[in-house]
Design a protein around this ligand. Sequence first.
Ligand code: IVH
Length: 670
Amino acid sequence: MSREADRRRMEELRELLRYHNYRYHVLDDPEISDAAFDRLMNELIALEDRYPEWVTPDSPTQRVGHTPAEGFETVTHTVPLFSLSNVFSEDDVRAFAERAQRWAGTSVDFVWELKIDGLAVSLTYEEGLFIQGATRGDGVEGEDITQNLRTVRSIPLRLGQAVDINVRGEVFMNKAAFVQLNRQREESGEGLFANPRNAAAGSLRQLDPRIAAQRPLDIFLYSIGYVRDQELQYHSEVLDYLAALGFKVNPHACRCQDIDEVLAYVRHWSENRGELPYDIDGVVIKINSLALQEKLGYTSRSPRWATAYKFPAEQKLTTVLDIQVQVGRTGALTPLAQLEPVRVAGSTVSRATLHNEDYIREKDIRIGDTVVLQKAGDVIPEIVASRPELRSGREQRFSMPKQCPACGGDAVRPEGEAVTRCVNNSCPAQRLEKLIHFASRSAMDIEGLGPARMQQLVEAGLVAGAADLYRLTEEQLLKLERMGPKSARNLLQAIEASKKQPLSRLLFALGIRLVGIEAARDLASHFGSLQAVAKASLDELLAIRSVGPKIAASILDFFSEEANQRLISELAAVGVTMEESRGRNDAEEPLQGITVVVTGRLEGCSRDEVEMLLREAGANVTGSVSSQTDFVVAGERAGSKLERANQLGVRTLSQGELWQLLRERGVVDD
Ligand code: IVH
């Protein structure tokens, strides 16, 4: 092809990728499969490698910078970012509305919006190009986090029009992504985030944009700081204009003429916020007319034309019965509160992690204390505070043990770290946790080999290390309790099948500290074999996208230990695959070309998980039902989407029917 044709193709690819990125991340309604997107991206990367002079800063390949920052520069906001006054009762909302009407001297239109529980940021575009992103800071000065914000896929690097504009919005992490991130962190031995907001904040403050890029952050835009040459009269127009420029705007916003209507929405969302995929902490009520907004102006901290109704958090009081210490697979000792069982946000909670010694000290949590409990991301129980005023005097302070509760070995807290670790490499609790991790779903995925079964194998003396799993015989298994001939055969088959797991899974399964799924994938595809990873130098490791200095050091450490070298040669000897298999082929995309909508509540898994599975199988998962939809998966309490499917005569599948289809197509195992 000629240079000119290549240049045009690059332009076309950038445009296509921008469009499909927008469909996927902003509209939540992708038109093509992830695999097809990757193919376009790879084509562009190849062309950009060939013609580096034609790489543009807004190219979809340029989201993730490679150089960690030393710190963040201070940014002075051209227009300050105000905060909102809060109200906590319906009467206060009415009083706000009446005051506004009085000042305005006329009746007033309102817009209500969800109050997203994340972090306010300001984004600046010049001639439609994203040039700077900053935190709110104190409202006058924030920090320049442009590099991290560029990694947020729902932030356009280039807008639909060449405008000069500054916009504001809330960066957040959705609940499923938060739970998944914490699961990964737990598996790779990192500390957990207490809630999605902290996870989002921690991600935006990463000095290394490559780490921020791995955090599933999202954004909703809700206001304009300034815009050149654009006349807008109403806040509702602002929201429409933001959406037209390509920004992600929350769909749950509405213009209302009277405050009773607003209050009905407030009540609705207070009761139903659990259904949303992200955390909200209230509803924001804004006056619609921008002229009136200007007339009402600001107090020193917040606008008079808007207020936030804050929901009461779903909190319950309970008692800490005991604080036990768990030993993780990396030896980390985690204190766990045993609680008087209590129902919060839809389920009974009897345990909550207390993270580490500092967390307990900061919140002054003692055994016997009454504590306030809530669910972070509506899922993970979190102790928010203790209630010292309710103490009887019999409460006991907790201190971290100096010895590992499982093996009696030394427990050490290195200077400057929050985590105390058991340093005994042959600690039985660590060993068991390592084995459980090895067989777990995101690692070698050995079906039928959950924690209880693994413990049984270890206690029976059949398994001490991962390689022993591959030497188990039917005869040995049959001697175990709760093990019939059929389960024994199934288990052996599942173990055998795991030998062929991709290298990325094996790398993750080895339990190298800080090596999560993402880093394992990158290592596997870069090095191609376990031996090559084991031999890699520091510089070679650092060349990998998701590997920073800490991860690299941990990998070097791992492979330098004799016990680990032995484990690897034993795994190779029993026939575990140590090389990366070839790339994906079409057989791995059995749902290619099929458009699916998933709606309603699913049993035993989240909608996100099912959607991910469908996408991985090549399906095009969209958010709305149309005549193009091939089928709708309808869980419990499926509402309007199911109705629409029926109207259009689109095929619907129950969850059971979906699994059957997935089994037939070989997406999941029988
Ligand atoms: S409007 C001058 N709208 O709430 C108007 N804020 O307590 C300022 N927030 O700092 C903000 N969702 O971080 C607005 N739909 C929404 C919001 C929202 C969340 C946050 C924002 C702000 C804080 C104010």
